[in-house]
Design a binder for this molecule. Structure first.
Ligand code: F3S
Ligand code: F3S
Length: 114
């Protein structure tokens, strides 16, 4: 089981969640952050600090956000644009640094109208 970052994070990237995570399993793409599902220990510390309520326990994802469960996993399991290999399980987001790429779902998400 894992926590999941869903659509409200896109283009917000508040990063308060990163400071709370005891295992550093929240990784930064370009337009969103993603939780590594194999590294998340389900502590729940990230969920209440997100100002836009982007983080959910996987069983509690509202219907429209349920596709983000597989999508957070996809960020790590499949090569992202510009990368030849999948990220996998690096064992710490700080070690990897900012990835600077997104899944197709996040990359194709409409930009907010300003
Ligand atoms: Fe995104 Fe919320 Fe974290 S906006 S970066 S999930 S605190
Ligand atoms: Fe997972 Fe969030 Fe804790 S990503 S390890 S539930 S801080």
């Amino acid at each position: 089981m894992t926590y999941v970052i869903a659509a409200p994070c896109i283009d917000v990237l508040d990063r308060a969640c990163v400071d709370e995570c005891p295992v550093d399993c929240i990784y930064e793409g370009e337009r969103s952050l993603y939780i590594q599902p194999d590294e998340c220990v389900d502590c729940g510390a990230c969920e209440p600090v997100c100002p836009v309520e982007a983080i959910y326990y996987e069983d509690d994802l509202p219907g429209p956000f349920q596709l983000f469960l597989a999508d957070n996993a996809r960020f790590f399991d499949q090569p992202l644009p510009g990368r030849s290999a999948a990220i996998g399980s690096p064992g710490g987001a700080g070690r990897l640094g900012v990835v600077g790429a997104d899944t197709d779902l996040v990359a194709s998400h409409p930009h907010a109208v300003s």
